[in-house]
Design a protein around this ligand. Sequence first.
Ligand code: ADP
Length: 270
Amino acid sequence: AAEQLSKAGWLLDMEKLILGNSIGEGEFGAVYEGEYMGKKVAVKNIKCDVTAQAFLEETVVMTKLQHKNLVQLLGVILHNGLHIVTELMAKGNLVNYLRSRGRSVVDVKQLLRFSLDVCEGMEYLESKKLVHRDLAARNILISSENTAKISDFGLAKAEPKSTDNAKLPIKWTAPEALKKEKFSTRSDVWSYGILLWEIYSYGRQPYPKMALKDVKEKVEQGYRMEAPDDCPPVIYTLMRSCWESDPSKRPSFRKLREKLEKEHRDCKST
Ligand code: ADP
C-alpha cells in the first residue's frame, strides 16, 4: 500500500507540516488542525502499527474518490505510525454543530441543505460501488462554508465482506445487515434514514432511551421511530421509506436526491 501511494504522489513531507491544536479524539488516534504548504488541514495520527497498516490500505481507496460532499484526502505521512492529512472541516461534526446551535440558529432550509449534501455524496459513493457501512451524523463534517461532507471511510468496502458484529453501530445498521451481514447500498439507505432523523431532531441520539438490544428486537418486529418535533411530513415519509424492511423497497440515493432537491427549491428560508 505504501509503495502504491508513493508512486501516485500521495506521500507528503513531514517537514512541511505545521501541527496545531488538537480538535478531536477518534477511536484510533487524535485529530489536530494544521497547515501544509499554506493550506489548512486536519491531521489524524495513528500510532499503533497494526492499525496504521489497515488505515493505509483504506487511504488507497480514498485516493480514488473526489466529490464536493466527501472529505478530501490530501495525502499521508509515514512518520510515527501514520499521519492522514485531509482538508480541514472548520465547523466540526454535524452532531455537535446541530446540538450547539439548535433551532434558533439553524433553520429548516439549512437542515434540508445538509440532508441534500450527504445524499449527493452517497449517490457518488454508490456510483463507485462503495458501501459506507457507518453512515451517521457523527461521521458528517461541516466546512467553514457550511457544506456537509462524508468522512470516515473506516468501514467502507468495495465488496460486502464479513465484519465483526460486535463493532456494528446498531442504531444505524439495517436489520438484514445486523442479522445476515448483508451490507449494500440499500443498507446505507437505511442508515441515511436514521441520519435524516438525527438532522431533524437537531442531533439527538436515535431511539432515545432505548437499550441497544431492545432496538434490534423491536425494529425487527416492525417498530420505527416517530417523527422528530416539527419535522416536515414529506421528510418523515422519506425516513420511513428508508426504513422499509425489504431492502428492495427502499429508494435509491438518486431518488432521494431528486425528492430532496424539489423540497429545497420549494423551501423558504425563515
Ligand atoms: P473516529 O472515526 O476514529 O472516531 P474521526 O475521524 O471521526 O475519528 O475524528 C474524531 C473527531 O475529530 C470528529 O468527530 C471531528 O470532530 C474531528 N475531525 C476529524 N476529521 C476532521 C477534519 N477533517 N476536520 C475537522 N475536524 C475533524
